[in-house]
Write a protein that binds this ligand. Sequence first.
Ligand SMILES: Cc1cc2nc3c(=O)[nH]c(=O)nc-3n(C[C@H](O)[C@H](O)[C@H](O)COP(=O)(O)O)c2cc1C
Length: 182
Amino acid sequence: MLKIGIVIGSVRQGRNAEAVSKYVHDYAVKRGDAEYELVDLADYNLPLLGSKYAAADAEAQIKAWSDKMASFDGYIFVTPEYNHAVGGALKNALDYLNPELNNKAAGFVGYGSLGGTRAHENMRLILGELQVADVRTAVTFSLMTDFENMSVFKPAEYHNANIDTMLDQLLAWSGALKTVRS
Ligand SMILES: Cc1cc2nc3c(=O)[nH]c(=O)nc-3n(C[C@H](O)[C@H](O)[C@H](O)COP(=O)(O)O)c2cc1C
């Protein structure tokens, strides 16, 4: 079975990312067509790349992050939009990686005033450099209509069709690219 990592792309305290990621994870697991695993950026205390202000265990944290991401065939990046781009924590975490992601596939789930779409387009630029094939269909939750008070996640059901399409595309490309790596 293909292994798909679902990356919780915000470490902000009080983040919406967790509820959105868990929803997508639970939905995907019910399909039973791949091994889906949540990967929480907040579990890795990654320093800013190259910073001298790194925790004593920074090398171990960086290695754990690298090993975890290397273990997947494909990814779902669940990302908010910060100032019309992907958040700094996820960008910094991606900057630690390169061969771990090469010739793999990715799909996006976002949320924001416009569903996180500008963060997704930003991610496509970044992942192009990392040789990741990102699928067309993205899941875009609205802060206004899929959340109560912009903080309690109550997704409209119609998004599920998009989750299915995104996952179908992601599994097809993840499987195809496995042959390129072997
Ligand atoms: C620094 C910052 C910048 C933001 N910029 C945008 C933005 O450009 N577009 C948007 O739709 N939402 C923006 N938001 C609102 C976020 O989409 C919203 O707070 C979301 O819940 C953040 O994700 P998180 O709770 O998982 O951290 C911004 C929020 C922050 C904290």
